[in-house]
Design a protein around this ligand. Structure first.
Ligand SMILES: NC(=O)c1ccc[n+]([C@@H]2O[C@H](COP(=O)([O-])OP(=O)(O)OC[C@H]3O[C@@H](n4cnc5c(N)ncnc54)[C@H](O)[C@@H]3O)[C@@H](O)[C@H]2O)c1
Length: 281
């Protein structure tokens, strides 16, 4: 990373004041909220956890990696927020339920769940289907399991908000195999849960991020970043904070009459056709 990259990211993050009280008194569980090692270059889970804590929430940072969960919690702690690391693999019903229970035991309630966990891969023409199965298991079944674990607690709190994280690969051909298929399932699951749980005051919505610059997706170097930047209608590269702010909107009271929605966070890239974009690039 060179200085101008860091400056650009800092200026985006700093452009909006993180601190506020939009989630004051609330408890949020962020699945896949681990991060590290660079506090100036966060993934979407860590940025969401940090923003929610800065907005007054107690945040359960759940991750399969204890190190990554603790890293995010330490960062939140340094900024004066309250966070609890929770180690769980989203594909384990038992681990996820235990994590949700221990957060509620510590914080007294649960109001928000963000399903940020996601892994890529699962080509149809791979030598066997094990990777396909794992990607679907983490992205789709894992999202279902965290919802399943959280729903009784959200209901006990008198309602709440679930924010699922899908991908542009769910709605546009991308050659992503099981990734896109599982993320399309997340959109369908979102509507289905919104249907079933709306009468209990539980809203369920879904973010559909476009190509972002995050540590896990940081491939292809400067040239790839420049292409990503130009391939959307704003000609601005997306980063983790763009997802965090959208998640905050869907988590908080400002979106109180929005449920079963899929919100693209992609600077318009999925609204345009490839041929339409070419003259702009
Ligand atoms: N980065 C992008 O360009 C992009 C684009 C579209 C959608 N998304 C989606 O956004 C989300 C976050 O992406 P990111 O690249 O910012 O990642 P991130 O930095 O937020 O990290 C995701 C976290 O999930 C954790 N995790 C992985 N498998 C797990 C499991 N089985 N159980 C529990 N935790 C697990 C990882 O340890 C990691 O800490 C994902 O759902 C991804 O599919 C990302």
């Amino acid at each position: 990373m060179n200085d101008s990259d860091a400056d650009r990211r800092r200026s985006r993050a700093a452009a909006l004041p993180l601190r506020g009280d939009r989630l004051r008194g609330r408890t949020a569980l962020v699945a896949g909220g681990g991060g590290g090692p660079d506090p100036d270059f966060l993934g979407t889970g860590a940025a969401t956890a940090l923003l929610f804590a800065a907005q007054g929430a107690t945040v359960g940072v759940m991750d399969v990696s204890a190190e990554r969960a603790e890293w995010t919690c330490a960062l939140i702690g340094r900024q004066g927020g309250r966070a609890l690391p929770l180690v769980a693999d989203v594909t384990s019903e038992e681990e996820v339920e235990r994590a949700a229970r221990s957060l509620v035991a510590e914080a007294g309630r649960l109001d928000v769940l963000v399903n940020n966990t996601g892994i890529t891969g699962g080509a149809v023409d791979a030598p066997d289907t094990r990777e396909w199965d794992r990607v679907v298991e983490v992205n789709l079944r894992g999202t279902m399991l965290t919802c399943r674990a959280a729903l009784p607690h959200l209901r006990a709190s008198g309602g709440g908000s679930i924010v699922n994280v899908s991908s542009a690969a769910a709605v546009r051909a991308f050659g992503s195999g099981a990734y896109g298929a599982s993320k399309a399932g997340v959109i369908a699951l979102t509507a289905d849960l919104a249907y079933a749980w709306g009468r209990f005051g539980i809203r369920v919505n879904c973010l559909v991020p476009g190509h972002l610059h995050t540590p896990i997706g940081d491939r292809g170097g400067d040239e790839a970043r420049e292409t990503r930047r130009k391939a959307n209608l704003l000609q601005v590269e997306g980063c983790a904070w763009d997802i965090a702010w959208a998640a905050l909107f869907l988590a908080g009271d400002e979106s109180g009459w929005i449920t079963a929605a899929t919100l693209p966070v992609d600077a318009g890239s999925t609204a345009a056709t490839v041929l339409g974009m070419l003259p702009l690039m």
